[in-house]
Write a protein of this length. Structure first.
Length: 229
């Protein structure tokens, strides 16, 4: 039966993990393909490789942190006391990841503040664990060192990611705005009325317009006539 010390040894040393666990039946995981309810569903057995083992360890640490936080937020005497007792016992091996340690520390501070006057025994336990946790701060590591973390690329998908900046589009939009500004300034200088933007967009089409039902003329021709008047 493996213990926390054994898991920590395997996590730190790839060669040791492959030697002691690489071909062990206890480290086989099953991959199922197709419809699980059908008789011809594929069943593939694979040994858990080193990097996937590190991912599993990170999940264990995360779930344990989540369980402890739940205990401290419950306000229940037994859950808080048992949580502090468990954390004190496993302190040499947990926590290891910095952000998980910070989450626990934040809850411990809250427990000390809330229990100082009402339940002195819980306050004493929290103080003792907090002092030991602070003594191990130098050993905490970032999650990237604990297991391989996939870097998220900047996308504009529907899950709320930041949209990728299109510098070319921004440049084109700026050129269009500058062109419009120069055109408006020229019209003002000639004493002409600045045309409505919606009408301008319609005028960009190649269709010809009827004027007074007499003949057809393009928008450019109509403007030229207005300038001559």
């Amino acid at each position: 039966m493996c213990n926390a010390d054994g898991i920590s040894r395997w996590h730190k040393d790839k060669a040791l993990y492959e030697k002691e666990c690489g071909k062990s039946p206890g480290f086989v995981h099953i991959i199922r393909g197709g419809d699980a309810s059908s008789t011809d569903a594929q069943r593939i057995e694979k040994y858990l490789d080193y990097e996937n083992f590190r991912h599993v360890c990170c999940k264990w640490h995360f779930k344990l942190t989540k369980a402890m936080v739940f205990c401290f937020d419950s306000k229940d005497y037994s859950q808080i006391r048992n949580g502090l007792s468990v954390l004190t016992k496993i302190l040499p091996e947990f926590p290891v990841v910095l952000n998980l340690a910070q989450a626990l520390e934040k809850r411990i501070v809250k427990v000390k503040e809330e229990e100082k006057a009402s339940r002195p025994d819980l306050y004493a336990l929290a103080m003792g664990y907090s002092a030991q946790l602070n003594g191990r701060k130098s050993t905490f590591i970032n999650e990237e060192k604990f297991h391989h973390v996939e870097k998220k690329t900047e996308t504009s998908d529907s899950r709320g990611g930041s949209p990728k900046v299109d510098k070319k589009k921004i440049g084109k939009d700026k050129d269009a705005e500058d062109k419009k500004r120069r055109r408006d300034e020229e019209l003002k200088k000639n004493g002409e009325k600045i045309p409505d933007e919606k009408k301008m967009r319609r005028s960009n089409s190649p269709s010809r317009l009827k004027v007074n039902g007499a003949k057809e003329e393009t928008e450019d021709e109509r403007r030229s006539k207005m300038r001559r008047k």
